[in-house]
Design a protein around this ligand. Structure first.
Ligand code: ZN
Ligand code: ZN
Length: 402
């Protein structure tokens, strides 16, 4: 407290005039000096030495007497949501902030603290006591924004993020909900009023079961890349993070949700672990090598020795891939170079051939096979000089090191 008193001694209090201050507002003028005291304690110590008019507070007009009531209100508003960490913010009347700054100038203060910081801290301390939860400035589960002028608390509930790996056991469902191209989600004849191109998706199967546990108002699925709608996702599965918006509960029965997802017959997950939101950005960087199984129809058929020779050739090449015609409507037309890490023939049966390929992230596998009218070079079709139709494509592994 010595630091505070020394600073108070140096102030020319005549600059205050007739303006009276409450203990908290007086102490806050030295709020960044001394540790382990509330501003009200600082204020009482300063008042014992300096002549500061008492009376209704000119600065906060009694606002700081309301922190108990505001904290109780904030705790009540947060109550419907399960959370471990929270943050309190507040709206300060611009006139109060302006009065405060004029006072700092009039008294030539060097270490004052703004009223907003005190409100946030004092309400936050009380909310922690009432709820038994931890304040967290960085990444809180919930945020309460207190507006003292209207006695209102706005609650912002941050999403719940769960990380896992999924397997897609069937062809024909997309990774994420895909709005109908014609009606853009409103519902029309084409989509039978569903607003969707496909009746379900990996995202919807997983989210439905998680939201039965967590509640929430919406969802998003962030995948480490995505497979084509007609490709299965097998092996260890693809890493993903499910985001549940505005969850009511966070400590959910994840095992029960996993069991129900795995009983769907379409999608399986290997577990769901809570992660922080910042994990999404790392996941989306997706530089993972992937392995695939491809079933190809060769027209006309090619003998095994010829096939194997061309696979060896392709494996040694850098594959130049111009943006495929099937995605050209939504991606810039560029040419990228990709390498294959492995390429082997599994079997040949008449005009059918099955391959396994391991390729750098971002390789277009179907185009590697059929050549996309020369947009991918070299391709299997170009090397063999025959038509190559991709009948089946499965992702066998995402080598993400996890
Ligand atoms: Zn005051
Ligand atoms: Zn539609």
């Amino acid at each position: 407290m010595d630091e505070v008193l020394a600073a108070a001694q140096a102030v020319d209090w005549s600059g205050l005039g007739a303006r009276s201050l409450c203990a908290a507002c007086l102490g806050r003028l030295f709020g960044k000096l001394g540790h382990g005291h509330t501003n009200a304690e600082r204020g009482r110590a300063v008042r014992a030495r300096a002549t500061v008019p008492e009376g209704p507070c000119w600065l906060c007009a009694g606002l700081l007497d309301e922190v108990d009531a505001l904290a109780a209100l904030a705790a009540r508003k947060l109550e419907p949501f399960e959370f471990d960490t929270f943050l309190i913010g507040s709206k300060v009347d611009p006139e109060v902030a302006a009065r405060e700054e004029s006072l700092w100038k009039d008294l030539a203060l060097t270490h004052p603290e703004p009223v907003k910081a005190e409100l946030n801290r004092e309400i936050g301390k009380r909310v922690a006591v009432i709820t038994g939860k931890e304040p967290d400035l960085g990444d809180p589960d919930v945020v309460g924004i207190v507006d003292p002028a209207f006695g209102h608390v706005a609650v912002q509930v941050n999403p719940l993020f769960l990380r896992g790996r999924y397997r897609k056991l069937v062809r024909g469902i997309p990774q994420t909900r895909w709005p109908c191209r014609r009606c853009r989600g409103k519902g029309c004849e084409r989509c039978g009023g569903t607003g969707k191109m496909y009746p379900t998706s990996v995202e919807e199967v997983i989210a439905a079961e998680v939201m039965r546990e967590a509640g929430g108002t919406g969802h998003a699925l962030h995948g480490m890349g995505r497979e084509d709608v007609d490709a299965r996702m097998l092996g260890r599965g693809r890493p993903f993070i499910l985001e549940v918006k505005e969850p009511r509960r966070r400590h959910v029965d994840r095992a029960a949700a996993v069991a129900r997802i795995n009983a769907s017959g379409t999608v399986e997950v290997d577990g769901l672990e809570p992660v922080r939101g910042r994990a999404v950005a790392a996941l989306k960087e997706d530089r993972a090598t992937k392995s695939y199984r491809i079933l190809v129809r060769l027209a006309p058929p090619v003998d095994e020795a010829n096939l194997k020779r061309e696979l060896v050739f392709l494996l040694a090449q850098s594959i130049a891939q111009r943006t495929p015609s099937r995605v050209a409507h939504r991606r810039a037309d560029t040419t990228r170079h990709r390498r294959l890490h492995a390429l082997e023939l599994v079997r040949v049966d008449g005009d059918l051939a099955e391959f396994r390929v391991t390729a750098e992230a971002g390789t277009y596998i179907k185009e590697l096979v059929h050549g996309d009218d020369g947009r991918t070079r070299p391709s299997l079709a170009e090397r063999l000089g025959v038509g190559c139709e991709v009948l089946e494509l499965d992702v066998l592994d995402v080598h993400d090191g996890g």
